[in-house]
Design a protein around this ligand. Structure first.
Ligand code: NAP
Ligand code: SF4
Length: 678
């Protein structure tokens, strides 16, 4: 009998031939480690840690059944006996802790970033430069054989089953939907034909692998592209897949090319659970809900309401490998919450770098970033309670060092305290909460409201001093920039009054954030209510939708301010934002008529507004307020000069070290890496 309030999450799921110990699925997430056999020891450590952390079922990153199916050139493939051995490390590491693991079979179809791409019809996708060849009837049958061969090799490698990737716009989704499938043969036309490929794959795998093998199918329950399926069609496919032998039905939401966000932080938690619930009404196999489920209350609510039988989380388990164990022991405030930023996971994947996690730099680096007990505890001072300082302090203290954290202001959190008030970034609260709890649990001595100087630090006899004093906003240096209507982004986000017409100077991440902050009326409910979000992005709120792919015209509330967003560079604004989230910010500003100007020279600020030079002409932007988002400058006065003698060893991290590339990912990682070495 469980005694926590998360009884539904912790309930085993009996599948007849096997049992999954709880309702948490670690969803598929490509780390990059699966693509090279020599990285499998690292992959095994990564999954092994999550299995130890209590997760019931793990699904690997996508493995291709053949060369045509590669997402990237020479991506992870399972089609020869020689491919099995490294996978055994993974299955063994997971089974040791009583979890189950499925290998995901992913054929990228036209999403492949390589020249062998194939699809239902020869229609190029907007996200790959390669035009696909249309698969012939014979090639489709060969591909089915490749899936079966791949699944039987996975079985030999010790996997409890496979997940067939049928969503997010990959090959099988391309066949399932009219968006790409324009065939007139037995694999195209009505839904019975379009689903034939997926159904035949499942039947053939079931026949070959036998009954005691999990087949999970990730089905697109909301395509969010034109000519996408209706819910009626989704249900038809779901029923056919059940008939064909699927054990578990997983949820996929939105094609990668969809222009509606499905996973970024501004998407409300559990935004898509009702679509899964609709499908669940029509099948008797267990159904898995997915997307923007990151905390136990959200997961428990979905399960308790009977909307799904399991909940899938991928990124939240990168952020915290021990999510399930912490839930099981009611230590919810100790969970390191995924803030859905994508900065270190998906953005890395798209740049062909190893995926990790902004809030947990150990993710996928378990064998490289190791927090061993300190051989000799030291006295460590950390100066600055932003995320870099908190990361360093808590890791050092967890290793047994005596750590004092000095913070000049009345609270820790640094720049995250500004980020958390931006609409759609409420999740940033969670990181501050997590670190506060860690400060307490690891025994860091926190001294707030303490502007420490070097003399004091030397007097107190610390062995090591970590300077994490962060940044201050860069001031604008033009005529009139000391006028009261010129504000820094920090002043604005802390609530300084702003006029109706605004010029935002600097179009980096913060310029975009501040523009979004100023577009909406103050005191909006945060997080955004689901119905408002659906209206704003044109998502059909009816779970039994008849609209194509579940999308409909968006309804945009008029902005409360007239905003100019400006930069000196001539490149498109927002070009430096994250690959998987930047487009959402750009779309938001465009929809709300923010005027974006590039190649601007700033001249003067007067009572009339901001004078700029654009394309060789002086121009007045009649604005009431100028908000400066021109980057930051490091604060590092406390850092000794190279020649100075000090009693302690000094180290510098985060924005204090380098303001130009200030970002939370580097700040948290630098803090953790340094603390792991001391
Ligand atoms: P940033 O990305 O460096 O952008 C600063 C902007 O100010 C630049 O676009 C630059 O453009 C302009 N600028 C620089 N010096 C200037 C000067 N002297 N006068 C006028 N303009 C100047 O910095 P940020 O926006 O402050 O962001 C800081 C960090 O937080 C970044 O690492 C960013 O990635 C991160 N962040 C990310 C997000 C996100 O959505 N992922 C959101 C917020 C913050 P020009 O030189 O072309 O004018
Ligand atoms: Fe979540 Fe961001 Fe970590 Fe990715 S990088 S797992 S989105 S917190």
């Amino acid at each position: 009998m469980t005694t926590t309030s998360y009884a539904n999450i912790l309930k085993p799921l009996h599948l007849g031939f096997t049992t999954i110990k709880n309702r948490v699925v670690m969803g598929s997430m490509h780390t990059g480690l699966e693509d090279r056999f020599y990285n499998y020891p690292k992959l095994a450590a990564y999954f092994g840690e999550r299995a130890k952390g209590g997760v019931g079922l793990i699904i690997t990153g996508g493995i291709s059944p053949n060369r045509q199916g590669w997402l990237l050139p020479a991506g992870g493939t399972m089609n020869t006996l020689g491919d099995i051995a490294p996978h055994r490390l993974v299955t063994h590491a997971v089974h040791k802790h009583g979890a189950k693991i499925l290998m995901q079979i992913l054929h990228a179809g036209r999403y492949g970033y390589q020249p062998f791409v194939v699809s239902a019809s020869p229609i190029k996708s907007p996200i790959s430069p390669f035009k696909p060849r249309q698969l012939s009837d014979k090639q489709i049958l060969d591909t089915i054989d490749d899936y079966v061969h791949c699944a039987s090799l996975a079985k030999k490698a010790g996997y409890d089953g496979v997940e067939i990737m049928g969503s997010e716009g990959y090959l099988l989704n391309q066949f399932l939907s009219r968006h790409v499938n324009q065939r007139t043969d037995r694999w195209g036309g009505d839904i019975e034909n379009r689903m034939r490929f997926a159904v035949e794959i499942v039947k053939a795998i079931r026949e070959k692998a036998g009954e005691k093998f999990i087949i999970c199918f990730r089905l697109s329950m909301l395509d969010l592209v034109h000519d996408g399926n209706t819910m009626n069609e989704v249900i038809t496919v779901a029923k056919a897949l059940e008939q064909a032998g699927v054990t578990l039905l997983n949820t996929g939401i939105g094609w990668h090319e969809a222009r509606i966000p499905t996973i970024v932080t501004s998407v409300p938690r559990a935004a898509f659970a009702d679509y899964t619930a609709e499908v669940k009404k029509h099948v008797s196999i267990p159904v898995i809900a997915s997307n923007r489920i990151n905390m136990p209350d959200t997961a428990e609510a979905i399960l308790a309401a009977g909307k799904a039988d399991m909940v899938q989380m991928a990124r939240p388990l990168l952020a915290d490998a021990f999510w399930v164990n912490k839930t099981a022991t009611n230590r919810i405030d100790e969970i390191n919450t995924c803030i859905a930023c994508n900065q270190a996971c998906l953005d890395h994947t798209f740049k062909n770098q190893r995926a990790t996690c902004l809030v947990n730099p150990r993710a996928a680096f378990e064998t490289e970033l190791v927090y061993l007990k300190a051989a000799k505890p030291k006295r460590i001072a950390v100066v600055g309670g932003g995320v870099a300082g908190m990361s360093a302090a808590t890791v050092a203290a967890s290793r047994g060092h005596h750590v004092t954290l000095f913070e000049a202001s009345s609270d820790v959190g640094g720049q995250f305290n500004l980020a958390k008030v931006v609409p759609g970034k409420e999740e940033f609260h969670e990181t501050i909460r997590y670190f506060k709890v860690q400060i307490e649990k690891t025994g860091v001595e926190l001294r707030l409201n303490t502007q420490v100087n070097r003399e004091q630090l030397e007097r107190e006899g610390f062995d090591e001093v970590i300077v994490a004093t962060g940044v201050v906003p860069r001031a604008l240096k033009i005529e009139g920039s000391d006028a009261p209507q010129v504000l820094s982004y920090a002043e604005v986000l802390r609530g300084a009054p702003v006029g109706d017409r605004v010029a935002v100077i600097g179009a980096g991440g913060i310029g975009f954030d501040v523009s979004e902050f100023l577009l909406k009326p103050p005191h909006q409910p945060q997080p955004q209510p689901l119905a408002d979000w659906q209206r704003e992005w044109g998502v059909d709120p009816n779970p039994n939708y008849v609209s194509e792919g579940g999308s409909q015209p968006a309804h945009i509330e008029p902005p409360v301010r007239e905003i100019y967003l400006l930069q000196r560079k001539t490149t498109p604004l927002g070009a430096g934002l994250g690959k998987t989230s930047g487009w959402v910010h750009r779309a938001q500003l465009k929809k709300h008529q923010v005027r974006m100007l590039r190649g601007v020279q700033y001249k003067t600020v007067t009572d009339e507004g901001l004078w700029i030079e654009l394309a060789g002409h002086d121009q007045l932007l009649r604005v009431d307020t100028v908000v400066v988002c021109a980057g930051q400058e490091s604060v590092k006065d406390i850092m000794p000069q190279a020649a100075e003698k000090t009693l302690a060893n000094y180290h510098i991290i985060g924005g204090a070290k380098l303001a130009a590339e200030l970002d939370a990912k580097r700040a948290i990682r630098e803090g953790a890496e340094l603390a792991a070495r001391l």
